[in-house]
Ligand binder design. Sequence first.
Ligand code: ADP
Ligand code: MG
Length: 254
Amino acid sequence: MKPIVRFDKVTKSFGDTVILRDFDFELTPGERVVLMGPSGSGKSTVLRILMTLEDIQDGVVYIDDEPLWHEGVGNNLKPASDKHLRKMRGNVGMVFQHFNLFPNMTVLRNIIEAPMKVLKLSRKEAEARADELLARVGMSDKREAYPNSLSGGQKQRVAIARAMAMRPKLLLFDEPTSALDPEMVGDVLQVIKDLAAEHDLTMLIVTHEMGFARDVADRVCFFCDGQILEQGAPSKIFTDPAEDRTRQFLRMVL
Ligand code: ADP
Ligand code: MG
């Protein structure tokens, strides 16, 4: 099957600091991949590049065979215009560690805003979509609430509904439970698992929740120093990693 995401020798640096060097990475449509690795290793940067929040210095990123950060074909690529970036961003939804809800908007408004503005849905269509998703994440009764009245777990469930409302092909999660109180983690992970079971969405998830990764991931990638050091089925990576670095890391997070 053709990859839905392909990083082809991508280099990303901040000033003199190289975060990704000749980074190659692929996701197959429908695949659920967990990215794990030490703090500061560049995991969020990988997601942010896909969300067009960070540019790249070398290489090409493709989504569905179309260059993300470039326009053109073959060797004839030039930097992407804002219009192209906006179009490509429509393929991707992201759930952030710190929710990033709009504080001045109700839960409902948070969810319908982008479908109305970007996808040009009518308010009625956008609300129908939002209500279905709110029911799915167990948040229907908070439809008119403002984010600051919600718990972290509730905020994150709204953020997941908001990302889904754009019907992305690719859904990115950046440590979706690491800012939550422990008693809320399970609920949010269950919502993500349910979505994974119901949709054939491609998911790329940065998390250190091993039990969750075992349940949801087709593949776990251990990422460090800007490269994937090893990858495989969760059963393999978690019980019998090939690399010492992976073993050390797993001992720390377990
Ligand atoms: P991770 O998500 O694996 O913890 P990040 O992708 O957030 O790692 O960061 C990778 C490295 O890039 C870190 O050393 C971080 O300090 C650096 N970095 C991230 N964003 C910026 C930025 N906007 N400017 C400068 N350095 C950054
Ligand atoms: Mg991060």
